[in-house]
Write a protein that binds this ligand. Structure first.
Ligand code: NOJ
Length: 742
């Protein structure tokens, strides 16, 4: 290149970088920046701090309501957003209150925990994940957004994308399970579903990636407990779903309650300014989880609330949920030089930008439309979808002697158990504005499907407690039936926030009820409901058939009936390991090999008193059909970093029912600069096969799938040998080997 041409070229590159880097060519963003900057220039520091404050209304609180006078706060501009309030009428009222005397006309933003549906409730997130169906998951969040926005909401505190490996932790039900790869794909799908293409559309809501970070790694599975993990584990296991949500454009992040390496997340500069806003370039805003700023005093990292506010703001928190600490102390902290105006302005800029993107400056009441509210919420299409999704979230754990599906011609069926006709429990924990009275129970679902069949119902016992007085009635109805369906497990309030358990047994006398019924010698199908992996070792030895139905939402009963009677052939697969007993916990599939991998030999890494495998491994789930896998074929045995290897298998439906199968691909890097897990999920495909049909499933492996954080914490694919596995779950796989060469 000639010298002059080179300078012209250089100039154009510089100009391009400036235009694309500093100011996107998107006209809307420029308008937004102008609007936000002009507001910032006019705002007093008190008004700015008001925007950085989020208060709950007095509905649905998950902790102490600190601000009973929140309406006064709204009027006085001391609050920028409200949560736990919904419905067009009420939200319009609050918005009017905010704008009445507001000289700058900055609208409120309304948030809510829309975790698995808004009023049409879908399965628990852990159950949804078992569908391994990203399209369905995305579609469910879209429906949730349509309903929530039709009721005036702008913002959901979801998705919850915490990886969780400990079934004692009650919040395991809110996430996608134990796997980072699947969890990241699901995180992105959820963000797409909530946020759609444009936040300004009146049927989308801003999503919130929570709880940042490593909340699921609470020691001993005790909620809110300390987290102590290596930086490698943090970055390799817990952070990727957050990065995936960010790459999908998530508007907000929520800090977690836990400390990490000695610093509570709401005061962690490392997590917030260094990683999230620095390395990852996050442009949205960070809200704390509930009173977690104030809780830093109890953590013992600050002496008082004022210091807590300073630590949070300096660390990179933009909005204080419910602590009222920014509100009460930040002005003083600023006057004392303890916090910087640049950080306050940055926080407010981020918050106002989201309000702008929602279109609230154009029309603060744009989500307040009674007609949408009346027509869209619990629309029949949403309910039909909920039923389909619920059926696809069920996991068939056991089906000895093909006892399932039950024949629709069965004359007399006993439906027994505390969860067989319990409307309250169907919608599970964190069920937003869902009305459990609108849910269908198993009894209702079965009756609706089989109006001509005798369905004899008896509760038998409660979920908790020792009362066996209902056993005799249960035995009586079972006695006159051809088959027994027993609905047992946990009640909805045994999982979710603040519901850690030291036992993962089926509680109360429910197993005893099973044992009594089993003495009748009749076929028994167990319909299990629960929000966490349970210890099913005993039940699995006794019961011929077990259906894992989690908590399936508004249409639970219909979906369970669909599966029980073969209108839907189950296809769900566990996304979390079910241990043989609690002593094995934490147990997860992507473990390390150790220097003494398990063998018959005594001196290996194992327990003496239990078989050293999980009861049900990650990825496990049966079908009414059976699927046969061919050996793995590789397109080549050696690849270079720029090449793609194709792995193919033929999968044949060898059973008599049409059905779906989730074909799973795992990889193992045999020798690394740091040790690698024995298997890592790197791909999957859900296929539908008619009886006798065969499909070839192909996966592509390039260097990207082989990368990991090496000894220098750099993402690299190291040359060497790899093992590839394909199968129906993480245990039952075929394998082959290939090498990556430089
Ligand atoms: C506390 C929970 O940890 C969080 O997930 C939720 O979004 C907030 N409360 C608000 O309800």
């Amino acid at each position: 290149m000639k010298k002059r041409n080179y300078f012209v070229y250089l100039l154009s590159v510089i100009l391009f970088v400036q235009i694309s880097g500093c100011q996107q060519p998107n006209q809307k963003k420029t308008d937004m920046e102008q609007k936000v900057d002009s507001l910032l220039a006019l705002m007093t520091i008190e008004e700015k701090i008001g925007q950085m404050t989020l208060f709950t209304s007095d509905w649905d609180v998950t902790g102490p309501t600190m601000r009973l006078g929140y309406k006064e706060d709204i009027k006085n501009g001391k609050v920028g957003a409200i949560f736990n309030a919904f419905g067009v009428k009420y939200l319009r009222e609050l918005q009017q209150l905010a704008l009445e005397d507001n000289r700058l006309q900055i609208p409120l933003m309304f948030g809510y925990d829309v975790i698995h549906g808004y009023k049409t409730i879908f399965p628990l997130p852990l159950a949804q994940a078992a569908s391994w169906d990203l399209k369905l998951i995305e579609a469910s969040e879209h429906i949730a957004a349509v309903e929530a926005s039709a009721e005036g909401l702008h913002w959901t505190f979801a998705p919850m994308i915490d990886i969780a490996r400990d079934p004692r932790w009650g919040r395991i039900c809110e996430g996608a399970g134990e796997d980072t790869y699947l969890g990241s794909l699901i995180a992105a799908a959820r963000v797409r579903g909530f946020q759609g293409k444009d936040l300004a559309d009146n049927n989308t809501v801003v999503a919130c990636a929570k709880h940042y970070a490593a909340y699921g790694a609470a020691l001993a599975g005790r909620d809110y407990n300390t987290v102590d993990i290596s930086d490698r584990t943090l970055r390799e296991i817990y952070l990727p779903p957050f990065k995936a949500a960010l790459d999908e454009g998530v508007g907000t992040f929520m800090t977690s309650f836990n400390e990490l390496d000695g610093v509570p997340a709401s005061g962690s500069k490392y997590l917030l300014r260094d990683i999230l806003k620095g390395d990852w370039g996050f442009q949205g805003f960070v809200v704390t989880d509930y009173t977690s700023i104030e809780e830093m005093v109890d953590h013992g990292i600050v002496a008082d609330n004022k210091e807590a506010g300073e630590l949070a703001l300096n660390a990179g928190v933009d909005m204080d949920m419910q602590s009222a600490i920014f509100n009460d102390y930040t002005l003083t902290s600023f006057n004392e030089g303890k916090v910087k105006i640049e950080d306050i302005d940055d926080a407010v800029r981020r918050i106002l930008s989201i309000k702008y993107k929602l279109g609230l400056f154009d029309d603060p009441f744009k989500y307040c439309d009674e007609e949408r509210e009346n027509t869209l919420v619990m629309h029949p299409d949403h309910l039909n979808f909920a039923r389909e999704f619920a059926a696809k979230s069920i996991v068939l754990l056991k089906n000895e002697g093909e006892i399932l599906p039950l024949s629709k011609n069965t004359k007399n069926i006993a439906l027994i158990g505390p969860l067989a006709d319990s409307k309250t429990d169907m919608i599970g924990s964190w069920s937003a504005a869902g009305d459990y009275m609108k849910s269908t129970t198993v009894l209702e679902g079965m009756k609706a499907k089989l109006p001509g069949t005798n369905i004899f119902y008896a509760k038998g016992c409660d979920v908790l407690g020792t009362d066996k007085s209902g056993f005799s009635e249960a035995l009586a109805v079972a006695g006159k039936s051809d088959v027994i369906v027993l609905a047992i497990g946990e009640s909805r309030d045994l999982s979710g926030e603040a519901t850690s358990r030291t036992s993962i047994n089926i509680p109360g006398v429910q197993e005893e009820l099973f044992a009594e019924l089993n003495k009748l010698g009749k076929p028994i199908v167990v319909v299990l409901m629960n929000g966490r992996p349970l210890d099913l070792t005993w039940l699995n030895e006794q019961a011929p058939a077990i259906l894992e139905t989690w908590f399936l939402g508004t249409k639970a009963g219909d979906a369970i009936a669909d599966v029980l009677f073969g209108d839907y052939n189950p296809s769900g697969k566990l996304t979390v390991t079910f241990p043989r007993n609690l002593g094995q916990v934490p147990i997860f599939y992507n473990t390390k090999n150790t220097g003494r991998p398990i063998t018959e030999d005594k001196w290996t890494s194992k327990y003496l008193d239990v078989e050293n495998t999980p009861l049900f491994p990650f990825g496990y789930g049966l079908s009414y059909s059976s699927f046969q896998y061919s050996d793995i074929k590789l397109s080549q045995n050696t690849i270079s970093p720029s090449e793609i290897l194709t792995v193919s298998v033929d999968v044949k439906n060898t059973g008599k029912y049409a059905g779906e199968e989730v074909v799973q691909l795992y990889l193992r890097d045999l020798v690394g600069s740091v040790t690698r897990p024995v298997k890592e999920l790197k791909g999957f495909e859900k296929i539908f096969l008619e009886p006798g049909q065969t499909k070839t499933v192909k996966f592509e492996i390039g260097a990207d799938k082989l990368k990991f954080l090496d000894i220098n914490m750099k993402m690299v694919a190291e040359p060497g040998d790899f093992e590839v596995f394909v199968g129906t779950n993480s245990r039952d796989v075929n394998s082959a080997r290939f090498s990556l060469v430089e």
